[in-house]
Design a protein around this ligand. Structure first.
Ligand code: ZN
Ligand code: ZN
Length: 259
């Protein structure tokens, strides 16, 4: 079993901290873990967050707290870890906050580093420059201001562009826009089909990410039933993802997965 999405975000970029995640994976009989961090941790990626930063003061404050390390420190950790031998496979990558507005800049920055990574996850975390998943301010900035159908259409428009960009090997939490249980009035089946076909065409993994379930108390243990069935029927590659932000959450909720 693979856990395809594990963050070092809340700790230092050190071997000691990394090995805490490896220890939990070994205990839970997970054979491979994919370590990553958001690009917003790394100052080299600051240019791709201009829209998010400028959209609202609270987002600027949020961003400046997150953007604190150099990617060179992460690369040093990766090099050290690759020199060691672990009883499980440990892969390294990034979770890139994709927006079509910053696609070219993102591509240019990624080109400097992408050969250092085993995988690159693309994620949509904002709509119109507004973060959609923040308990403290997303309702006020986004959900209470914009039409829900428009938010969903723009979210999936961004997911599709992300998949078409050829920058990624994996798509993070493809339907997390539902996390506050706010749903559109239109039917998403056509969108889901498009995403499934694109995943096959581009040979992309789509995540079943448990983060929404155990961190936001959403009812779905990852993908919605409808999207999950459609992806499985079409033979799309699915990556189980704990989205762990602490070592104890490696492999979290994997027992809920059936296919
Ligand atoms: Zn994410
Ligand atoms: Zn994540």
């Amino acid at each position: 079993m693979i856990d395809g999405h594990i963050h070092l975000e809340n700790g230092p970029l050190t071997i000691e901290y990394l090995e805490k995640f490896i220890d939990v994976a070994i205990k839970k009989d997970i054979k491979c873990i994919q370590i990553l961090d958001h690009t917003h941790r790394f100052i080299e990626f600051r240019p791709i967050y201009e829209n998010v930063k400028n959209a609202a003061k609270v987002q600027e404050e949020w961003f400046l707290k997150k953007s604190k390390d150099s990617i060179e420190d992460y690369l040093k950790l990766i090099k050290l870890a690759r020199e060691k031998e672990y009883p499980i496979e440990v892969k390294f990558g990034l979770e890139v906050c994709y927006t079509s507005q910053k696609e070219e800049e993102t591509r240019n920055i990624l080109n400097n580093y992408k050969d250092k990574f085993d995988f690159i996850v693309g994620a949509v975390h904002s709509v119109y420059g507004l973060l959609y998943d923040m308990e403290k301010f997303s309702r006020e900035l986004l959900w209470n201001v914009y039409d829900t159908d428009d938010i969903y259409k723009e979210y999936y428009n961004q997911i599709i562009k992300l998949m078409e960009s050829d920058m990624f090997t994996q798509v993070a939490h493809p339907d997390t826009i539902k996390l506050f249980n706010i749903y559109p009035t239109y039917d998403l089946t056509k969108t889901y089909n498009k995403i499934a076909d694109l995943a096959l065409e581009k040979d992309l993994y789509l995540e079943n990410n448990f983060g929404c379930y155990y961190r936001y108390n959403h009812k779905d243990p990852g993908l919605s039933k409808e999207l999950k069935e459609l992806l499985l029927n079409k033979g799309v590659k699915i990556m189980l993802a704990s989205d762990a932000h602490i070592p104890e959450h490696v492999g979290q909720c994997f027992e809920l997965w059936t296919n």
